[in-house]
Design a protein. Sequence first.
Length: 82
Amino acid sequence: MERNFHPGQFVPLFNSRLRLFPGKLKSKWSGPYVVKEVKPYGAIELEEPKSHISWVVNGQRVKPYLGNEQEKLTTVILFYDP
């Protein structure tokens, strides 16, 4: 998977220290967050869309968000009775 990020792109964040609700079904991915700036050496500045709080994380903790692309891949097939 390509890991080239650009400002304005949505990404989920991997949280390895999530211990609020211990259990097997708890997801360690949170977000999506907006990429505010891509810094050198793999650092990425993220921003929360609702509160506009930003922070810098390691680029290995994020991945491309594919939630918006599912709507583009929808195909409608119409069947007609003969």
